[in-house]
Each structure stands twice: as structure tokens, then as C-alpha cells.
Design a protein around this ligand. Structure first.
Ligand SMILES: NC(=O)C1=CN([C@@H]2O[C@H](COP(=O)(O)OP(=O)(O)OC[C@H]3O[C@@H](n4cnc5c(N)ncnc54)[C@H](OP(=O)(O)O)[C@@H]3O)[C@@H](O)[C@H]2O)[C@@H](O)CC1
Ligand SMILES: Nc1ncnc2c1ncn2[C@@H]1O[C@H](COP(=O)(O)OP(=O)(O)O)[C@@H](O)[C@H]1O
Ligand SMILES: [K+]
Length: 505
């Protein structure tokens, strides 16, 4: 599913209107109908009052249609009409259509005292959407502050009013508890900095033209901001397994992980390699980790380093279909040389995580040695160590895209909505995962999943898109069963089976 800019979304609306021979009012009706359906799912009790706060653009127009539709379902709905500017045509039309419906409308003009809103009412925020042209200021900014100070539950239509859809946030913004985003996702939904403003968000879909079929008209194609990974596409990318396949078919993975005190990273990542479906796994570990590994994880084969506490000399790599390197390996001088040696000798795409990333950040000349199309999986701090600090999320995505392209790498930036930048210049976002995964070792599990997918012959971009999705879905299934608080990295790994099953459905 494409992620479009506000300008591209406007063009897509026009293209939809032309292609389907409908009016803009009919498109607004579609959007508001879909919103109303989602809203009534969240708030099934029509006795709970709903106050729709509408602006004068099409976001406000949506709000007016929502009010009319809620009223027809017997909801106790009223409207606060903020007279911000000139009404759009569809806003005007829907304002007229409110008449005679028995809906109370309170007008709000600059300077008016704030309207009283009963504390139990759900506030529907329809002041501004993607048409926001500048930061909100003056009286209307104060209205936003007033709404934010109320104890009411706030549901945003399309976007919380005041939110910049395509760039860093400027100015005041409604703090939504729930955002029901209309049609296609906007980039702002994925920015960690916007989490508090958006509340939980959901995409509310309704029939719109396919932006890919229209891309010269919509100004998209390669210029589309990004893509949101979805199950329907990813499920189709899973490889089939045939009756006579065997462990050789599914690849032999090699994992360089663990050191004295961090052998758990090797155990978690290793388990994830095999649970993701690789045929064989060899782990390179320091001598002191040998018993730990063999006892806690008998399915893995071990190559033992000459050093007791760290990995220092890594042997022949020719036999392996994929390599994962980094979890828990530390940054000792001898380990730095071991990483350098692996990067120089291995020619196929590999997975580079954690301390291997920190080592590369401290020795930038190593970046050039990374085999093309390898996957790097930094969390935001590791990303900053590698590629520098950025001012905001949007600038970081830009850097992520540039470094992926320039270095021919797949960069997996691990956040709530993990982003994947490819050597071809695309940016993908992942929808699965939950805050319960903010627990030690879940990143190691991801390294294992990705290494396991590469071993099975998935191309690196597909491995990244599938692996991040499956890892997050496993975390969601585990959290559903066990609660977010209870979750361990181990639980993510042990729910990979259900995640595969669900994705194949
Ligand atoms: N396919 C879909 O998903 C569909 C989506 N639709 C909906 O359309 C929405 C976009 O509507 P939109 O383009 O009319 O813009 P909107 O957000 O209402 O704001 C514009 C108004 O605000 C004003 N204004 C702007 N900035 C301001 C500021 N800082 N301070 C004060 N005023 C400011 C601006 O005035 P001006 O800048 O001209 O002074 C204008 O009056 C979109 O979010 C979705 O809800 C559907 O209806 C159709 C299908
Ligand atoms: N709020 C969240 N929503 C979705 N995924 C999350 C969230 N918090 C953490 N994760 C996921 O958990 C993993 C954490 O990885 P990382 O930070 O490397 O942890 P560790 O180093 O402890 O293994 C990443 O895949 C990240 O995307
Ligand atoms: K809004």
C-alpha cells in the first residue's frame, strides 16, 4: 500500500473522481461513511454523546457528513462549527444538508468564549486534515489547546488537526486518543515523534483509484514517499515447500554471536534462525560459551574460538548460505579484526547487527567492505552512531534512504514502525509489532529471523520485508496470548510458527 504526500493524495482524489465519474461530494461521502463505520465499531453505544468539531475545509466537510450519518443511526450527536475561513464547496453543501436533521449546531467565531463540552462526550476532531498549509496560530491554536485540556476522548478524522502530514511537526496539534486515517496512510503516521499526537491509529479504507496505475497523473511512481507492507502482498512472497525438500534445500546459516556474559544473544538469535526455517545452523562462539550453547540449544552446531571470552578468529566461510554477525559479540580489539576479516572474505549478502554495527561505526573504513545487498539492522542509537544524528524522523528517513542507495545496502531501522530502505531507493514501513517487544533480546531474534530467511534463498529485500513483518507478527501473537508486560524475546521466537501460519492464510 502506497504512502502518498498531501499533494499526491489530492491528485489521486481528482483521478478517482474522473475515473469513476463521481462528484467530489460523493467521494467525501465514501470517506465519511467508512469513518462512521469504524467509529461505531469503537463506540457502539449511541447514548454516549458525540461532539464533532468541524473546520471549513474538506476535513470539516467529512465531519459534517459523519455527524449526519451518526444521527441517522440515532447517536446523540452535535456539531461545533469553527468559522475558520472560506468554506469549501463540499463543506458548504454538507452544512446545508445538516438542516432539518435535528442536529444541534453551535457556531464558533474568532474571539467567542470556548463552547462547553460534556466530559463523557467523544470529541470528533475535524478541524484540519491534509490541507493544513501552515502551523495553526492565534485563536484557532488556542482552540486546539482548549480541546487538548479537556478530559474527553478525542478521535481525529484523517489526522489530528494541526499535524504536518509529510514533514516534522510545527505548531500546536490536537492530541488524539484515536486517529482514523482516511484512504491511504500518510508519512506522519510512522514518525516516532508523533506517537503521542496520533494515539492509536487505524487506516480506514474505501474505494480509491490505484495510485500505481495512475502514477504519472498523481506524480508518483518512484517519487512515492514509501510503501506500507501488508499481509496480502507479503503472504504471496513466502516460498513453497515441496515433498522432497530437505535440510540442504533450506540452507546452512552461520551465526557469529555471544561473548562471555552475553551468550544469551547467541542462543536467542540461533533459535530464531532455525525457527525461521533455515536447514542448518553453525554458531561461532568463544570457548566459555560452548557448554551454554550445546546444553540450551542442541540443534545448533558450534565452532569454538581459540579465545575463552570473545570471538577473535573466524575460520572458513565458504560453506554458508548466509551469515548473521553481531549480537552480543562485544567490541574487543581482536573482535574488531574478526569482523573485518568476515566482511572482507564473505561475498554474499549477510546480516549485520548490534556490536558489529558499533564496530563499523567506530571503524568507518569497514563500511566499504560490507558485501553488497547486506542487511544492517540498527536501532535508532546505532543508526546515529553509524550515519550521524538527524534533526527529526523525516530527515533520518532521508538519510536512511540515501545511505542504502549509496552503499548498496538494505538498512532496517528498528522502531515501532520499522523502516526498510533498499539499494533501489525504496522505503518500506512495517505495521506489525508492539511495545511489549521493547525487551532485551528481541533485536537478536530479528537478526536470527533475517539470517534464516537469507539462508533459505530469499533475496535480501524480500528477506527484510518478510522477516520484520513475521518478527512483529510473532510479537503481536505472543502479546495477545501473554500480555505485553510478560513478553520475553523467547516468546517472540516461539510464536514464529503461528506468525508463518497466519501470513500464509
Ligand atoms: N481521499 C481521501 O482521503 C479524501 C479525504 N477527504 C478529506 O479532505 C481533507 C483535506 O481537505 P482540504 O484539502 O480541504 O483541507 P483541510 O485539511 O480541510 O484544511 C483546509 C482548510 O483549512 C485552512 N487552513 C489550512 N491551514 C490553516 C492554518 N494553519 N490556520 C488556519 N486555517 C488553515 C484552509 O484555509 P486557507 O489555507 O485557504 O486559508 C482551508 O480552509 C482530508 O484531510 C480528508 O479529511 C475527503 O473529504 C475526500 C476524500
Ligand atoms: N513499540 C514497538 N513497536 C513495535 N516493535 C517494537 C517496539 N519496540 C521494540 N520493537 C521491536 O523490538 C526489536 C528491538 O530491537 P533492539 O532495540 O535491537 O533490542 P535488543 O538489542 O534488546 O535485542 C526491534 O525489532 C523493534 O522494532
Ligand atoms: K482532523
Amino acid at each position: 500500500m502506497r504512502i502518498l504526500t498531501a499533494a499526491q493524495l489530492r491528485a489521486l482524489d481528482q483521478a478517482t473522481i474522473r475515473a469513476e465519474k463521481i462528484t467530489s461530494g460523493e467521494l467525501m461521502e465514501r470517506a465519511a461513511k467508512a469513518f462512521t463505520k469504524a467509529f461505531t465499531r469503537h463506540f457502539p453505544d449511541p447514548e454516549r454523546p458525540v461532539v464533532v468539531v468541524c473546520g471549513t475545509g474538506n476535513n470539516g466537510g467529512d465531519g459534517l457528513v459523519v455527524a449526519r450519518r451518526l444521527k441517522s443511526r440515532n447517536y446523540k450527536v452535535s456539531v461545533i462549527q469553527a468559522n475558520i475561513g472560506t468554506r469549501s464547496a463540499d463543506n458548504q453543501d454538507n452544512f446545508k444538508r445538516l438542516k432539518g436533521q435535528g442536529i444541534e449546531v453551535r457556531q464558533l467565531t474568532q474571539g467567542d468564549p470556548w463552547p462547553a463540552i460534556a466530559p463523557e462526550a467523544v470529541v470528533v476532531d475535524a478541524l484540519f486534515g491534509t490541507g493544513l498549509g501552515r502551523p495553526v496560530a492565534g485563536y484557532w491554536a488556542e482552540l486546539i489547546d482548549y480541546l487538548n485540556a479537556l478530559p474527553n476522548f478525542r478521535v481525529a478524522v484523517d489526522l489530528p488537526s494541526g499535524l504536518s502530514s509529510d514533514g516534522p511537526q510545527e505548531g500546536p496539534c490536537v492530541h488524539a486518543d484515536l486517529t482514523l486515517c482516511l484512504g491511504l496512510p500518510k508519512l506522519a503516521l510512522f514518525a516516532p515523534a508523533n506517537t503521542q499526537l496520533l494515539g492509536n491509529w487505524e487506516l480506514v479504507t474505501f474505494p480509491l483509484a490505484d495510485p500505481d496505475r495512475l502514477h504519472p497523473e498523481v506524480g508518483g511512481g518512484p517519487a512515492y514517499q514509501a510503501t506500507l507492507n501488508d499481509a496480502s502482498e507479503l503472504g504471496g512472497l513466502l516460498k513453497k515447500r515441496y515433498a522432497n525438500d530437505h535440510k540442504g534445500t533450506f540452507g546452512h546459516a552461520f551465526l557469529v554471536a555471544g561473548a562471555f556474559g552475553t551468550m544469551g544473544a547467541a542462543v536467542i538469535a540461533g533459535r530464531a534462525v532455525l525457527r525461521a526455517g533455515a536447514g542448518l545452523l553453525t554458531c561461532h562462539i568463544p570457548r566459555s560459551g560452548y557448554e551454554i550453547m550445546q546444553i540450551s540449544f542442541p540443534e545448533a552446531m558450534c565452532k569454538v574460538d581459540t579465545h575463552r571470552y570473545h570471538s577473535t578468529e573466524i575460520g572458513d566461510l565458504g560453506a554458508y548460505d548466509s551469515i548473521g554477525i553481531g549480537p552480543g559479540i562485544g567490541q574487543e580489539a581482536l573482535t574488531v579484526e574478526a569482523v573485518r576479516s568476515v566482511l572482507s572474505r564473505y561475498e554474499r549478502p549477510m546480516v549485520i547487527d548490534a556490536d558489529a554495527i558499533n564496530i563499523i561505526a567506530a571503524h568507518p573504513e569497514l563500511l566499504k567492505l560490507i558485501p553488497k545487498n547486506s542487511l544492517l539492522t540498527p536501532h535508532p542509537k546505532e543508526f546515529a552512531r553509524l550515519f550521524g544524528e538527524t534533526e527529526h524522523d523525516f530527515a533520518r528517513w532521508q538519510v536512511q534512504r540515501e545511505v542504502a542507495k549509496r552503499n548498496g545496502l538494505v538498512i532496517v531501522l528498528k522502531t515501532g514502525f520499522t523502516s526498510i530502505a533498499t539499494p533501489g531507493g525504496e522505503l518500506y514501513f512495517n505495521p506489525t509489532g508492539n511495545p511489549g517487544m521493547g525487551t532485551a533480546g528481541t533485536g537478536d531474534a530479528l537478526t536470527g529471523v533475517l539470517t534464516g530467511l537469507l539462508a533459505q534463498g530469499y533475496d535480501p529485500v524480500t528477506a527484510a520485508r518478510l522477516g520484520v513483518y513475521l518478527h512483529g507478527l510473532a510479537g503481536d501473537l505472543a502479546a495477545e496470548e501473554l500480555s505485553q508486560e510478560f513478553l520475553l524475546a523467547e516468546d517472540v521466537v516461539s510464536h514464529l510458527g503461528q506468525a508463518y501460519r497466519k501470513l500464509r492464510e
